[in-house]
Design a protein around this ligand. Sequence first.
Ligand SMILES: NC(=O)c1ccc[n+]([C@@H]2O[C@H](COP(=O)([O-])OP(=O)(O)OC[C@H]3O[C@@H](n4cnc5c(N)ncnc54)[C@H](O)[C@@H]3O)[C@@H](O)[C@H]2O)c1
Length: 320
Amino acid sequence: MSTLITGGTGFIGAQIVHLLLEKGEKDLVVFDINPSTKLLNDVADQVEIIRGDLGNFSHVLNIVKKHRPNVIYHLGGMLSVPSDADHAASFRANAMGTFHVLEAAKLFEVPQVFFSSTLATYGLDIREDVIDDYTLQRPMLFYGCTKVFCEHMGLFYKRKYGLDFRGLRYPSIVGPGVKTPGIVQYTSWAIEECAKGNPFTIWVKPETKCAAMYFKDAALAIVKLSEAPLANIKMVNYVVGGATPIASAQDLADVVKDRIPAAQIDFKPDPEIQKVVDKLALPVDDSIARKEWNWNSEYDQERIVDDFLEELRVNPERYA
Ligand SMILES: NC(=O)c1ccc[n+]([C@@H]2O[C@H](COP(=O)([O-])OP(=O)(O)OC[C@H]3O[C@@H](n4cnc5c(N)ncnc54)[C@H](O)[C@@H]3O)[C@@H](O)[C@H]2O)c1
């Protein structure tokens, strides 16, 4: 029996691979359209990496048929900025890709699928001053539209076929080596560029507070969710918060400047991005995740910056 990680050469997927190996798991199979071993360089000999496209049903069926996983961590897909730039590609990778994973799980009797959704499934018509599991999901971005659809497909397969589907709505994930553009990727790039000695311009207002989670917490969250007894899983798709309290862009700049005194960070808000981010810049209430599967974020803003800088120091080639 193996564990399949789609998108496993990516930012969060690779960290899940590391965490599962640390926990002593074996037979990990990574499926990704980009079979790069960069983020997996230290463990490449312990993992099978297979190139494939989630949008191609044969590719997904073949890998599930061949490896018969008992668990699928489904992280593969396109993020917000590329999805808004190419809707057709995003529909294929995210919406069709998730449909293919769910169908393959049904046909080859994979018992569990764990899915990575996003806070970008929220956006329009939020009536409260907090985002929780009951907040209306009306996304502003095409990316969020695909993820809402995937969450509901997962619920459908759970209801109709008894699949143990569970999903997480991640906030913005912070960590070293992020390459994929995203509307709040300044939360990572401000740290990384300053560590390299480069100046950095943050494209939102200094007071903007956007929920963010460290990549090690992101991997921990989905693994913790996977370990919870099925009887505890009532909400199925969960909001998860990250660093608490939520830091503003100015707080982030202050911690970076404290750790790297020569850091040069300034602010030039992009009005279009600010509009989207403002809709999501609300506190996150993840009390249901805490109650049902004991979720607890381990990294606040200061710990994020400290560990991030340490990662860059210890693994420079991984994040170059
Ligand atoms: N990074 C964030 O801030 C964030 C926030 C919320 C949710 N998420 C979700 O978490 C998941 C992982 O994101 P990430 O930050 O690691 O991004 P990432 O871009 O580093 O990883 C995604 C991986 O999916 C692969 N992929 C893309 N299209 C594919 C396809 N058609 N077939 C197979 N593989 C494909 C990419 O090659 C990449 O390795 C995504 O589903 C994303 O929507 C990420």
